[in-house]
Design a protein around this ligand. Structure first.
Ligand code: DX5
Ligand code: ZN
Length: 224
């Protein structure tokens, strides 16, 4: 009997690596190329040493694509802006435990608005930062670079953490996406999938390539 095929990996291109003068075209292009989610990196120049864009960009793009908006909030404080991002069209809101004093309360707020809630773990943040909030979590996002910039080198030190989170999620019995962000490209994609990830965020490896469909296919093809 043949083995069941492994579940299809979710691909979330990060708009941070797109051409900012043509964001509408770029969003539509990755949708046509087979992306599953659109990853939107929100940076405030305070929580991370870079500034990207805010809810106005989401609002402008929302009518142009059916892709779920996977919003990665790198802002502190974060709670006062959650409503604004939901109103602008966010479907998933992921935040860092370090961005506010009450992670559980922030997740409750996101869930009360009917959206998917995510927790993002920096390279030095351990898995137990999310363990006691799993009942409110839909996505765990493991940073395989320090947040703030695209195009950084993948940190292989995070592979055992991805494996530990895979075990934690499986033991919980809950449906939680295990996503990885930073330096994901053919080569590293296969390694994080082998460790247990099911969702890949990729900026440079999609928008930095000439053919987005080929780039997304290459990420999927890297699955072990
Ligand atoms: C970094 C962001 C990433 C970034 C990834 O803070 O969270 O989403 O866009 O870029 P690449 O894929 O180029 O490492
Ligand atoms: Zn991100």
């Amino acid at each position: 009997m043949s083995q069941p095929s492994p579940a299809r990996v979710t691909i979330a291109p990060s708009l941070l690596a797109a051409d900012f003068s043509r964001l509408a075209d770029e969003a539509r292009a990755v949708e046509a190329a087979g992306a599953d989610w659109l990853h939107l990196d929100i940076m405030d120049g305070h929580f991370v040493p870079n500034i990207s864009f805010g809810p106005g960009v989401l609002r402008a793009l929302r009518p142009l694509t059916k892709l779920p908006f996977d919003v990665h909030l790198m802002i502190e404080p974060v709670d006062p802006y959650i409503h604004a991002f939901v109103e602008a069209g966010a479907d998933h809101l992921s935040l860092h435990p370090e961005a506010g004093p009450h992670l559980h309360r922030s997740l409750q707020l996101i869930k009360s608005l009917g959206k998917s809630a995510g927790v993002v773990l920096n390279p030095a943040t351990p898995p137990d930062a999310v363990e006691w909030a799993l009942d409110l979590v839909d996505i765990i996002l493991v940073m395989t670079v320090n947040p703030g910039f695209g195009g950084q080198a993948f940190l292989s030190s995070q592979l055992p953490k991805i494996a530990a989170l895979r075990r934690m999620i499986d033991a919980s019995g809950r449906r939680i996406a295990l996503s990885v962000d930073g330096g994901i490209a053919p080569g590293t994609a296969g390694r994080v999938i082998a460790a247990g990830a099911d969702t890949l965020v990729a900026g440079t490896a999609v928008f930095g390539r000439p053919d987005y469909a080929a780039a997304i296919a290459a990420l999927r093809a890297d699955a072990p």
